[in-house]
Design a protein around this ligand. Sequence first.
Ligand code: ACO
Length: 333
Amino acid sequence: MTLLERIKERAKQGKKRIVLPEGAEHRTLRAAEILIKEDIAQIILLGNPEELLSAARDHNLSRIEKATIIDPRSHPDKEKYIDLMVELRKHKGLTRTDAERLIEDPLYLATLMIKAGDADGEVAGAMNSTGDVLRPAFQYVRTKPGISVVSGAFIMILKDREYGEDGILVFADCAVHPDPTESELAEIAVATASTTRAIAGFEPRIAMLSFSTMGSAKHPMVDKIINATRIAREMAPDLQIDGELQADAAIIDTIGQSKAPGSSIAGKANVLIFPNLECGNIAYKLVQRLAHAEAIGPVLQGMAAPINDLSRGCSVSDIVNLVAITASQASRE
Ligand code: ACO
């Protein structure tokens, strides 16, 4: 069974309620048809029910009728969500009039449904930018206890099985937080450990990456990685983590042994934490393209409930896979 097949199986067992705010979008509708057929999650589509069902009929998508379809303009619990919005954001100056307008935006409604316990997770982004998907999530779903920053991991499946965990490595942060502080970097490592267990299904061995290995260079950027490693160990004493390590010392056994003798992670890392978003985003794209690796993600982590962001160039199967990942996160976290 491939990793994606295992993720889908786990999702099927959990039967979580996943809300798709871009309900009338054609790839989303096709993905919903497959998700319902394969029984991967309970699907909630947001949008005008008449338009949505008529589009489904036009495309011969007969199972869409089995989804829960909600019109953001007339949700029966609209007042409850407006109250919740005002309660959560009045300290930021949100008025009831603002909330009455925002709740009709499907991206806001989806996060309020999750906050109120009426949905377990969300997938969006087929027609909205990352910022527009994440902002309501940051504001209303917020982060898990002990975590202040949301980040994005990629599960990289390499053709060469010699590296990581039988050819699988988890990279973070590749998607969200541009310039983390040392304590935020530590949180990203701890959150990535949870994602690795929940989604990739193995025990993480984390390398905190740098351009230096165990003091080979002296620079404030190196100090930041050393401090982040110490903070991560304080946050999660059982974590298998080491740093600072260069990428080759992290993943190649002989180099790890010569540059970082005595490290139990050097040469054996299956999770790579990058110093910032520039490094992480560039690295995952280079590995994806030059090494022809499969990149699954970004899996957003650190949020109090699973919310994942699609690329606007996504395919129907990208949506199906990300819903399965989201449902699997909802089952395991
Ligand atoms: N984790 C948790 N909360 C956050 C985070 C975060 N990473 N970033 C911002 N917030 C919160 C803020 O604390 C603030 O909360 P508040 O309103 O309660 O005070 C709220 O979100 C808004 O904060 P802003 O600083 O105004 O955030 P903004 O909306 O401008 O930016 C965003 C957030 C869009 C995620 C920004 O960090 C960003 O653009 N990141 C890069 C995304 C990107 O382009 N990634 C690369 C492409 S993805 C890919 O290639 C796969």
